[in-house]
Design a protein around this ligand. Structure first.
Ligand code: HMG
Ligand code: MG
Length: 300
């Protein structure tokens, strides 16, 4: 299989990267992080989410974030339901990511609804968004494993993806929420999705709990995927997916791909600077290979 000449990286650090952090990151710091990340070269970025502040307090400043940084082309916000979608629209969002897991137990913990109930609510919302010309990204959680139900059958993931495609979603971001998939599983699921949903824009979203994410990206490239979500510094995790660690670190993805001759358009040294903006507020150490080696080289 021929590898692509270039890929698109969607930065999810300001949203997935920060949502799991208990200490509130001041809005000004988030804005500085977002602006610095844009300057690294991204064309698409998840900047915040319109979710309940009782459920995810870190995202309580979504309106302000959008007011002050929402004009940038390629800005994506998450929204779980009608209320969140309406708030996202009022904030001027042109690209909205809805999200749903394949596993009903995960959905019950994450959004207080079963998969079927949530899908019944989301389908009409997606149709409304399409009449308004909004780009709809559908994030499919627990596509490989669920923290509560275990292994998820590829057919179940395909079924949910198909429902979103039929509802009119423009993109599917298919996630290994708890970072347990192997390259074989990544290759098989993405090959299946590519063959059954050939018209869909497909993106892979890997968390890195078992340190499989880079290998999974390589396996997904072989399956024909050329869009990847990643988070600067490897920050991230879902508060309702116990045991999950951060997303794959963007700077490591950039290093791997660029050194394989695959263009990303992203400057990893600018990412290292961006990480230093939020580092004082985050609870976990920054352990990406690129970050560690570049800070050793600089003696910092
Ligand atoms: P609920 O408590 O069932 O909501 O939460 P409700 O409809 O019963 O309403 C209760 C209250 O919440 C009401 O307010 C509503 O107005 C309010 P009150 O009358 O009590 O003052 N409410 C909202 N407020 C703000 N924004 C909203 C909203 N909706 C209702 N959108 C709800 C249901 C979905 C709101 C809640 O469960 C929630 O916010 N969940 C979000 C969880 C989340 O953000 N998870 C992380 C994102 S997904 C992820 O990270 C996975 C991903 O990265 C891919 C992967 O790795 O798998 C994308
Ligand atoms: Mg995630």
């Amino acid at each position: 299989m021929k590898l692509p000449d270039s890929v698109t990286l969607i930065e999810v650090g300001p949203r997935d990267g920060l949502q799991n952090e208990a200490q509130f990151v001041p809005t000004d710091t988030k804005l500085a992080f977002i602006r610095h990340l844009w300057s690294a070269g991204f064309k698409e970025m998840e900047v915040t989410s319109f979710v309940s502040p009782k459920w995810v307090p870190q995202m309580m400043d979504s309106k302000e974030i959008m007011h002050l940084a929402g004009n940038q082309k390629g800005t994506i916000v998450l929204a779980p339901n009608k209320k969140g979608i309406e708030a996202a629209l009022s904030s001027g969002a042109k690209s909205i990511a809805v999200f749903l897991g394949v596993s009903s137990t995960f959905n019950q913990k994450n959004i207080n609804k079963s998969t079927k109930e949530a899908m019944e609510d989301l389908i009409p919302q997606i149709k409304i968004l399409k009449t308004k010309g909004v780009f709809v990204r559908a994030c499919i959680s627990t596509a490989f494993y669920c923290p509560y139900e275990g292994r998820i059958e590829p057919q179940s993931t395909l079924d949910l993806c198909r429902q979103f495609a039929e509802a009119g979603a423009d993109e599917l971001s298919v996630a290994d929420t708890i970072g347990r998939a192997t390259p074989k599983e990544a290759f098989e699921l993405f090959s299946l999705l590519k063959s059954r949903l050939p018209e869909m824009l497909l993106t892979a979203h890997f968390h890195d709990t078992k340190k499989m994410a880079l290998a999974n990206i390589y396996a997904s490239l072989l399956a024909g995927i050329d869009r990847f979500d990643s988070s600067a510094g490897g920050l991230g995790g879902c508060p309702f997916a116990p045991g999950a660690s951060g997303n794959v670190a963007t700077e490591d993805v950039v290093y791997m791909l660029e050194n394989m001759g695959i263009q990303t358009g992203i400057n990893p040294d600018v990412l290292v600077e961006a990480i230093s903006i939020v580092k004082p507020y985050v609870s976990r150490p920054i352990l990406s290979g690129y970050y560690i080696s570049s800070t050793i080289e600089k003696g910092t």
